[in-house]
Design a protein around this ligand. Structure first.
Ligand SMILES: Cc1cc2nc3c(=O)[nH]c(=O)nc-3n(C[C@H](O)[C@H](O)[C@H](O)COP(=O)(O)O)c2cc1C
Length: 245
């Protein structure tokens, strides 16, 4: 295994950060490494908003359901999918922008995820820690107003970045055989493999949280998949000009 693969396999989300600031040139380096990610049709649909203002941070803690590390991380970034810049290009070229395509929404969202993950790898290679904050989508309207997000821009997730002040165990992952299929989709053997994985995840939680609460992977996923998931997202995204056709 080489050093890059070792680094990738040592990823863990960090939720407690030290006070040490991140030097501006390091932050720039991380973000330009992020920009180097592949981008669908060279559209470069990501916009990142760096939030330093403590009051704005505190509002974002609130909007993300009380996740205090949104305020305490050295840096907090909001990764936005941005098709308004494509609209600007259309204006510059006297072309009418075709808005609202689901395909464009996917393109922009994937672009953001790829850029952020590049930033993550670069950050972790320098000993920094990160935590994605999907919790911002609890209140995307509030975030949009707070950050002046225009039409055709939405916050895909927030992102805590800083020097870790905790040592966290690696979270397990599914056996590769469940995730990697040969030639065609099939679910043969998956239930047994997931039953085995449940035991691993149960042990992981027992060690992390102490005894008492038993949690398995399938129980956790069923808990998520068995209830509504931010039903406000569709009307919110449509109000921003996404997902209309
Ligand atoms: C898009 C996205 C959104 C996430 N949102 C949150 C969040 O709001 N709060 C949080 O504490 N962790 C969040 N996470 C972190 C996941 O919980 C974490 O990656 C997962 O449990 C696996 O743990 P690991 O990153 O330590 O391997 C998010 C991760 C992703 C990829």
């Amino acid at each position: 295994m080489n050093e890059v693969i070792k680094l990738l396999k040592s990823h863990r989300s960090i939720r407690k950060f030290g006070d040490q600031p991140i030097a501006p040139e390091i932050l720039d380096e991380l973000l330009t490494a992020g920009q180097a990610a592949a981008t669908s049709s060279f559209i470069e649909a990501s916009t990142v908003i760096r939030v330093c203002n403590p009051e704005t941070r505190q509002k974002l803690v609130e909007y993300s359901g009380g996740q205090h590390y949104v305020a305490s991380a050295a840096e907090f970034l909001v990764f936005c999918a941005d098709l308004s810049r494509a609209g600007m290009c259309c204006d510059m070229q006297n072309v009418e922008q075709e808005k609202g395509f689901t395909e464009h929404f996917i393109i922009a969202t994937v672009d953001v995820a790829l850029m952020a993950q590049n930033v993550t790898i670069a950050a972790e290679s320098l000993g920094l820690g990160i935590c994605y904050i999907g919790g911002l989508r609890n209140n995307p309207q509030g975030v949009s107003e707070l950050l002046d997000l225009p039409d055709q821009v939405y916050p895909v997730f927030g992102y805590c970045l800083g020097y870790p002040d905790q040592d966290v165990d690696l979270r397990p992952r599914l056996p590769l055989a469940v995730v990697l299929k040969q030639e065609r989709y099939n679910t043969k053997g998956d239930q047994d493999a997931i039953t085995g994985y449940d035991k691993i995840v149960e042990q992981y939680y027992e060690k992390r949280l102490g005894g008492g609460k038993s949690m398995t992977w399938s129980k956790q996923v069923a808990g998520l998949a068995g209830k509504e998931a931010r039903p406000h997202m569709l009307p919110y995204l449509q109000s921003k000009g996404f997902l209309k056709r």
